[in-house]
Write a protein that binds this ligand. Structure first.
Ligand code: NI
Length: 173
């Protein structure tokens, strides 16, 4: 399969709600692996299926910094079953909003339940950057971008900038 193309905002596909998968079968597993490939190729630490135009509840995450300790998580139907009261402000970026960054406030720790790449139900407690990344990717499944957490003025500025740069590039992609 050709490498998946990552959609850049603004785009209506990034604003839609994704549908759960029935189970992680060969087709969903192939999607997960193609998404992981696209994420690594773009030097990202996470990617959600809507970002490649697939409205299914599938995300991939790998917050490791080196190939040696690569820790790819492939998750379907992720659900946050617990979130800490403590919140933290951290800078976020997004492969669909290239070169744009903003501070977003989120729970410091979360516990997430999901189906793994072998269709097994798993639970994972995440903190630090893994927690941020999982919450960010799960937002994509609701059609929410990190800029939806910041002020309207700031958001409009970022989206306008991206729209301009897309026009400059034209339809080459
Ligand atoms: Ni993102």
């Amino acid at each position: 399969m050709a490498r998946l193309h990552i959609i850049i905002a603004p785009d209506p596909r990034l604003k839609a709600r994704a549908e759960p998968v029935e189970k992680v079968d060969a087709e969903v597993l192939a999607l997960m692996d193609d998404m992981a490939e696209a994420m690594y190729a773009a030097n990202g630490i996470g990617l959600a299926a809507p970002q490649v135009g697939v409205l299914r509840r599938v995300i991939v995450v790998d917050v490791s910094r080196t190939e040696e300790d690569a820790q790819l998580l492939r998750m379907a139907n992720p659900e946050i079953i617990w979130a800490s009261e403590e919140e933290e402000l951290r800078e976020e970026g997004c492969l669909s909003l290239p070169e744009q960054y903003a501070d977003v406030l989120r729970p410091t720790q979360v516990k997430v339940r999901y189906l793994d790449h072998q269709n097994e139900v798993r639970e994972l407690e995440a903190d630090d950057i893994l927690s941020v990344c999982i919450q960010h990717e799960m937002d994509h499944l609701e059609g929410t971008l990190f800029v939806d957490h910041i002020s309207m003025i700031r958001r409009k500025m970022i989206l306008k900038k991206l729209q301009k740069s897309q026009k400059a590039v034209g339809v080459a992609t």
